[in-house]
Design a protein around this ligand. Structure first.
Ligand code: ATP
Ligand code: TZP
Ligand code: MG
Ligand code: MG
Length: 264
């Protein structure tokens, strides 16, 4: 059985502490996939939510002190139960506050996956890369080596997304070349991917790089098909069609279209 089939069978409960921009899109994306979203960031309840969740997604897109505290409390509670955690350090490097908080979270919480654009991942491990707000700027470095260095330093799987996606645990590395540039014209497509990865991790053995790779390929394939179907239209139509294909893409379609390369 593929991880996608397992997600649709188990309908995992994914605890999301995410930003105010993408909350609705993320919940709809998880529902379309076949998972069960729970958006809960209140400091009063996050520890209890973490006790019932199958996976967690922490995202610092609209950051403030309350969100930081909620992520730290939920993260510790999730770690106690060995629940997989995906962290998206949105905008790390854009302000010194974001960089410091991203580094604090990676120190205080045992992550399963760090998912970000190249600039965000670079800044989390103290390297430089140009960044424009929450979007990565053009950079000069080697993205694969950067991802491997981050995975080794943080002791987790690192996913750096872009035209090609790098997925590595520091030893094994995959390159996924599915997806479509129009994903960058709809806010939250990076953020939702983190939640989708969390759902796939919840039906896998711990630290399963294969489940993460399948999640990333599946996501890119749903976007490719949605982009084909809305070719003459714009990002608004794409966004709706993308949600449709998160529900409609089958394991057979993933197998046919997945563009995954294992790198030594
Ligand atoms: P940024 O903040 O830099 O926009 P992000 O957090 O939104 O980053 P992306 O890097 O845009 O995240 O990744 C989100 C999804 O979009 C991933 O599935 C990725 O593969 C896909 N993607 C991004 N850019 C391209 C591209 N040029 N071609 C194909 N797919 C892309
Ligand atoms: N501003 C703060 S969070 C956010 C914006 C625009 C959403 C970023 O979403 P993504 O998935 O990184 O494009
Ligand atoms: Mg984006
Ligand atoms: Mg992002």
């Amino acid at each position: 059985m593929t991880f996608l089939q397992k997600v649709r069978q188990k309908r995992p409960l994914v605890h999301n502490i995410t930003n105010t921009v993408v909350t609705n899109f993320t919940a709809n994306g998880l529902l379309a996939l076949g998972a069960s979203p729970f958006m809960a960031d209140g400091i009063e309840e996050v520890a209890d939510v973490a006790k019932i969740a199958d996976a967690a997604l922490f995202n610092m897109g609209t950051l403030n002190e309350s969100i930081v505290n909620s992520i730290l409390i939920a993260g510790k509670s999730s770690n106690e139960r060995n629940v997989p955690i995906v962290f998206d350090p949105v905008g790390a490097g854009a302000t010194s506050y974001r960089t410091a908080i991203a580094q604090l979270i990676t120190q205080e919480i045992k992550l399963t996956v760090l998912r970000g654009n190249v600039a965000e991942v670079a800044h989390v491990i103290g390297e430089s890369w140009s960044i424009k707000g929450v979007d990565a700027g053009a950079g000069e470095g080697n993205v694969i080596l950067l991802a491997q260095k981050a995975a080794q330093k943080l002791g987790c799987i690192v996913v750096i997304t872009g035209a090609d996606d790098v997925i590595t645990d520091g030893q094994t590395t995959y390159l996924v070349s599915n997806g479509h540039p129009i994903l960058t014209k709809v806010t939250g497509c990076g953020c939702l991917l983190g939640s989708v990865i969390a759902a796939f991790l919840s039906v896998a053995e711990q630290q399963s790089i294969e489940s993460v790779t399948e999640a990333v390929a599946f996501y890119g394939i749903a976007a490719e098909i949605a982009a084909e179907k809305t070719e003459a239209q714009g990002p608004g139509s794409f966004q709706i069609e993308f949600l449709n294909h998160l529900a409609l893409v089958t394991p057979e379609i993933v197998q046919l279209r997945a563009n995954i390369q294992k790198i030594q």
